[in-house]
Design a protein around this ligand. Structure first.
Ligand SMILES: [Zn+2]
Length: 72
């Protein structure tokens, strides 16, 4: 039996999406994590609020922040 894979989402991570944004960019920056996540397109800078469950399904891979960002 397969367990559901839990994706660790950290604010500041770069998300590679399965489908590119209409602007052509395939990566998004994760700005805020919650039941609703906030992401910003790295191509056009548009920010979006996406249901976390939908977001996790749309992610191809997650790149954690290169350097630790201080929690505010
Ligand atoms: Zn875009």
């Amino acid at each position: 039996m397969l367990c559901v894979e839990i994706i660790k989402l950290l604010a500041g991570s770069t998300l590679e999406m399965k489908k590119p944004h209409p602007c052509g960019a395939r990566t998004m920056r994760l700005m805020r994590v919650g039941s609703i996540c906030r992401v910003v397109c790295t191509g056009c800078g548009r920010d979006m609020n996406i249901d976390r469950i939908k977001l996790e399904k749309a992610i191809k891979s997650v790149t954690p922040p290169a350097n630790q960002i201080d929690e505010k």
